[in-house]
Design a protein. Structure first.
Length: 224
């Protein structure tokens, strides 16, 4: 075990077509003494992401889905297989993740000052209007286990679901100064970027309906 902390910390990285950034993210995570394991869940990537991940061999725990099942399922699978008392979620599209970012994100949990931590990208004085939808998060694994089925079904609405599940609990939001993640427009053609934004928005709306208006959601999504 490489962790120097009194609790074991697992980090789960959901990956879907992130061939340009995933290697650097994983290298940064592996170089951190805080993590006892790095779990990468490839969610049916069609680019070279799996090839990049396979190069790390036994340094990481690699889970591969043959077909895309959504971010929620990737995270739920990682949580279920994690050995740590604490679980960190880290996006695979970050371009400059640093040890300072990792330490900032984990500090409130390791000091027992929070039940959940959300770390959002902060560039200069510009506000991050989507800070509450950040993918950089920390939780105690035991707090997530009762909700694995819900998390698995949430797809890109997983952050909305997690925010709702931890409403009223000790949640700390922290700015990760200078952290940069690629936007869909930076990763894809304009057409594909727009399509993915629309799909993500649809999944977020579906998750909100599941939580706030389950009867109405059942009418429009009876097969889910």
């Amino acid at each position: 075990m490489r962790t120097q902390n009194p609790v074991n910390v697992s980090v789960v990285v959901p990956v879907f077509n992130e061939e340009t950034t995933v290697s650097r993210v994983v290298e940064t995570l592996l170089s951190s003494p805080v993590f006892s394991e790095v779990i990468c869940v490839d969610d049916g990537s069609t680019d070279r992401s799996m090839r990049m991940l396979e190069k790390f061999g036994e340094e990481i725990r690699l889970i591969h889905f043959e077909e895309n099942q959504g971010k929620g399922q990737a995270l739920a699978t990682g949580i279920e297989g994690a050995r740590g008392d604490v679980v960190v979620f880290m996006d695979a599209d970050l371009t400059n993740l640093s040890q300072d970012h990792i330490e900032t994100l984990l500090s409130p949990i390791l000091r027992r000052e929070a039940e959940a931590v959300l770390g959002y990208a902060k560039r200069g004085e510009m506000p991050n209007l989507a800070a509450h939808l950040t993918g950089q998060r920390v939780y105690y694994r035991e707090d997530l286990l009762p909700f694995l089925d819900q998390i698995a079904r949430s797809r890109f609405g997983v952050e909305v679901l997690l925010n709702d599940l931890f409403k009223g609990k000790r949640v700390v939001m922290l700015a990760l100064q200078g952290l940069i993640g690629l936007t869909k427009a930076e990763k894809h053609s304009p057409f594909l970027a727009v399509r993915e934004y629309l799909e993500e928005a649809n999944e977020i709306v579906n998750q909100l309906l599941r939580m706030k208006a389950p009867a109405l959601w059942a009418i429009f999504s009876p097969s889910d």
